[in-house]
Design a protein around this ligand. Structure first.
Ligand SMILES: [Zn+2]
Length: 207
């Protein structure tokens, strides 16, 4: 809507409330890491750098903040590292991020170590119009609770069985799924819709 109203193009940047930009979109929509200013690491839960294409915890070191250094600062975000052999058509040589996922509390973990991001669930629920809104709540590794608001009064609970089956087909792992119909799903304090709420302990990247 902004692009249409202002007859311009909108670019996204990825930064921190600590006041610096980590990556920015170029005219081809790819996120380039601003390496002259920041050293970015994407780490697994043991604190090792993840391979390209994999999900990692964002840890940043600011290279030009002489008054207030930030060294290996754990942001609590997740991102996917791009393959280094990928070149962007814009010609910039800065490394790229494949995808910025968001908060690392916004993931569901499984017993086998899989991490299910918001897109895992939105990719399923976008094909289930009977459910207007949902939130996934996780309190232990073996189960999730899906709170949902039905889209209309003709809601048939059979759709929940179907949803459960699709999740299990995609996941290929045992995970108990509970459903609970709710009237309202509260947004986060910042006003964003919350899709996943995890009460699991945060990973400890102390290395
Ligand atoms: Zn580019």
């Amino acid at each position: 809507m902004i692009e249409k109203q202002f007859n311009t193009k909108v670019f996204d940047i990825y930064g921190t409330t600590e006041g610096f930009v980590i990556a920015g979109q170029c005219e081809h929509g790819r996120y380039h890491v601003l390496t002259p200013h920041v050293f970015l690491e994407l780490l697994d839960e043991q604190g090792n750098e993840v391979a390209p294409g994999e999900l990692g915890h964002v840890v940043v070191t600011r290279l030009d903040a002489y008054a207030m250094p930030l060294i290996r600062y754990y942001l609590g975000d997740l991102a996917i590292k791009a393959h280094t052999d990928k070149q962007c058509a814009c010609g910039r040589k800065y490394p790229m991020l494949e995808m910025i996922i968001g908060r690392d509390t916004d993931i569901v973990r499984t017993r086998s170590g899989k991490m299910l991001i918001v897109h895992f669930f939105t990719g399923i629920f976008e094909h289930i119009p009977e459910i207007q809104q949902f939130r996934v709540v996780q309190k232990d590794l073996d189960s999730i609770l899906i709170e949902y608001i039905p889209a209309h009064s003709f809601f048939n609970k059979g759709i929940l069985k179907k949803t459960e089956r699709i999740i299990h087909e995609k996941l290929q792992e045992n995970l108990t799924i509970y459903f609970q119909q709710v009237d309202r799903i509260e947004p986060t304090p910042s006003g964003k819709p919350q899709i996943i709420q995890s009460f699991l302990e945060k990973p400890n990247l102390s290395k």
